[in-house]
Design a binder for this molecule. Structure first.
Ligand SMILES: [Ca+2]
Ligand SMILES: [Ca+2]
Length: 511
């Protein structure tokens, strides 16, 4: 469901107030990749065992097994084998029958013999509104102003079904509400535009302004079973809802920043338009950053234009990336360990930074990610046809850790567009530099070039028909070396997907 409001009313001839807002709500659900039921770690996959006793073994004849839990505790009450031996991937029927018959011994083959594919989804709610006043002040040649306040929030409440908290054994629920998260942003803006005659071909347009931005991030705790460390945790059964563990506690984080900017643009001569901009921004936690942009278009002749732009940019870690604490207890090789994410600014985070520095790996810092963008292109007319060619590169340094590690550090794109009469054609080559799949621990995935082509035809005044192929040469990323156990042939984080080429037909109707 989506609702929009967009309104403005005149206060006087030179002043207008405006308001716009939106509300959207949707429910999302998706599945996980299928995995072989007998090798899902922490649920089914057991230790290597002696095929005739079902007890742990590191001998040459040891075989894989399906994990068995001892419900009244190890070393007290009844005893159980450690794993049901697998023979050609099939659980040994005699051992399986023995585990089923013994009420104190438990394997997930008793309750969910065919394995399970979790369904993950949630409710998403998005609300935002903007209120502002804009107008013209009678100063010199006239000063345009625009003051506004904007607030937006996006909340997701997650749900995961058809899964287990394996450490709860036979008592596990199958459906969980692992909690939620909300990002809220508040922006206060003041912007101005003033035109000055400095003797150029056109007036010099001077835009300047200031912005205050506050970002808040909240995590909401899940239901207790979604993060519980159940009684079988010390026997190798994983804790928390499998597939997406619940958040154990409510957590909040926030940061704010102040920015000022100036942007100048003018037709310097009949043939040359130049733009330059500078922006300074000060973050409550990352110090400050100054970025600039320089861009121009030069008309070589009536039919040939050259354009180029260079800019620096930044991407500050979000309040969530910088501040969030999300710790769950896991059983790792028989030892209970608190695992999760801690803010680098916390005392625990600084202690970890000390260790990393002592190891000679340099002290980790979290600051704005910096980018340099460069583009150059030409547009020209030949007879009845017009042509453009553009090249751009984006180079990033100081990647914000985690998700962004997955992105290639260099992307480039060359496109060739051609229009003649009612036809437009486009050929585009996209270059993705090498990247690391940190989620699966696979580094050094190869760079790739993908080529897209499309043709469109203006059928009549309102209708345009488009046919195209994205990824004409059906390029795929490198295969995931651990595809077998994860059920993922390719990394799901591939910057250009893993679906190969696609073709499409479109009809666009404008009215
Ligand atoms: Ca026991
Ligand atoms: Ca049993």
């Amino acid at each position: 469901m989506k609702l929009f409001v967009n309104s403005a009313f005149e206060i006087n001839d030179n002043t207008e107030a405006y308001f716009f807002g939106n509300y959207a709500q949707r429910t999302v659900q998706g599945g996980f990749f299928f995995r072989n039921p007998t090798n899902r770690g922490g649920v089914y996959r057991g230790p290597l065992v002696n095929p005739t006793t079902g007890l742990p073994s590191d001998a040459d004849d040891a075989v894989a097994s399906v994990r068995v839990g001892d419900l009244d505790g190890l070393g007290q009450g009844g005893n159980c084998i450690s794993g049901i031996p697998l023979e050609n991937g099939v659980p040994n029927p005699a051992f399986l029958a023995q585990v089923v018959a013994d009420a104190n011994c438990f394997s997930f083959l008793e309750t969910i013999p065919l394995g399970f594919v979790p369904r993950f989804g949630g409710e998403n709610e998005d609300v935002s509104f903007t209120f502002g006043v804009r107008g013209l002040l009678d100063v010199g040649t006239g000063l345009d102003y625009d003051f506004s306040v904007q607030r937006g929030s996006n909340r997701s409440d997650f749900a995961i079904s058809n899964t287990v908290n394996a450490s709860l054994g036979p008592d596990t629920p199958r459906n969980f509400t692992p909690g939620g998260q909300e990002q809220t942003e508040t922006l206060v803006n003041a912007s101005f535009v003033y035109n000055v005659d400095v003797g150029f071909e056109s007036d010099l347009s001077v835009a300047f302004g200031a912005e205050y931005r506050k970002e808040e991030f909240d995590l909401f705790a899940g239901d207790p079973a979604s993060y519980a460390l159940g009684p079988l945790a010390d026997q190798g059964f994983s804790s928390s809802s499998n597939g997406f563990g619940g958040f154990p506690a409510d957590t909040s984080a926030s940061q704010d920043s102040n920015a000022i900017y100036v942007d100048l643009e003018a037709d310097v001569s009949e043939n040359l338009t130049l733009q330059t901009a500078v922006r300074y921004e000060d973050f409550s936690q990352f110090g400050d950053t100054t970025d600039f942009k320089l861009a121009g278009i030069y008309h070589v002749s009536d039919s040939v234009r050259i354009r180029s732009a260079y800019s620096t940019g930044f991407h500050a870690p979000t309040a969530g990336q910088a501040n969030i604490t999300n710790v769950t207890t896991q059983n790792v090789n028989g030892v209970l360990i608190d695992q999760g994410t801690l803010p680098l600014f916390s005392s625990a985070g600084q202690l970890a930074a000390d260790f990393i520095e002592l190891d000679g790996n340099g002290r980790p810092t979290l600051g704005p990610e910096e980018a340099e963008n460069f583009s150059i292109g030409a547009a020209f007319d030949l007879g009845d046809t017009s042509w453009t060619i553009d090249y751009y590169t984006i180079e990033l340094t100081d990647r914000v850790a985690a998700i962004e590690d997955l992105l290639p550090n260099l992307r480039a794109n060359v496109s060739w567009a051609h229009s003649q009469g009612d036809y437009n054609t486009l050929v585009r080559a996209n270059y993705y530099g090498g990247w690391d799949d940190t989620g699966n621990g696979v580094n050094g995935i190869s760079s790739a070039v993908l080529v897209d082509v499309s043709v469109s035809y203006q059928l009549n005044e309102n209708t345009r028909l488009v046919a195209g192929i994205d990824n004409v040469f059906d390029t795929y990323p490198d295969k995931n070396p651990s595809a077998g156990s994860l059920g993922q042939l390719y990394s799901e984080a591939s910057p250009f997907g893993f679906n190969g080429g696609t073709w499409y037909l479109q009809a666009r109707y404008t009215y």
